[in-house]
Design a protein around this ligand. Sequence first.
Ligand SMILES: [Zn+2]
Ligand SMILES: [Zn+2]
Length: 203
Amino acid sequence: MLPEPPAATVLYASLDLPEEEASQFDAAMRELPDWLRREPIGAPVSVAPMPTAWLDAVSDILAQAPDIPEAVADLTGLVMEEGRRIPCMVLGCTPDHEFARKARHQFPDGLWGVACDRFTLCYFCENPYSVWHETLHTLGAEDCYDLETKRTTCECAGCLMQYAAAEDTIGDWPWLCRANQERIRSYAKKCAAANKKGEAPGG
Ligand SMILES: [Zn+2]
Ligand SMILES: [Zn+2]
């Protein structure tokens, strides 16, 4: 049985990252809730290292599944069978890791990572903006760029959900457009309500 984390919790782990990148990834993950709890978002999101039991289960599934969506479906099935809530999961690895290679083969446009439902694999872990962009997908945020032109499509010029988010393109706080602020807030609210009722909404 996998121990259940409280929602909205983001569980993260690094997969064979070199030491420096692993510590950059860790620092980015630890910093993120401080931003999300801040006004105007005010979403009580927590971040915690992924327990070993989860990491083992997730790694087994990723190794066996033919692709990431399939792996996420298997993982969801495993958790739902036990009547649990799906936590947000963020794994960091290098672009050469076998899981990243699998993901990049299927999604060649995903240069920095791939997000699917509550799961994301980041493979540009030295850039906190890239790690945060991928992580926010698990909390409901959506991309704010045109797939063809890569131009930012929301009203927030410095939005984190733009293409290739980096220090020189992200503006001052709040560096998220109103639509994504609302998506994250409403996901956190849904989790808080489910926690109160002791229900497992599964999403
Ligand atoms: Zn994205
Ligand atoms: Zn945006």
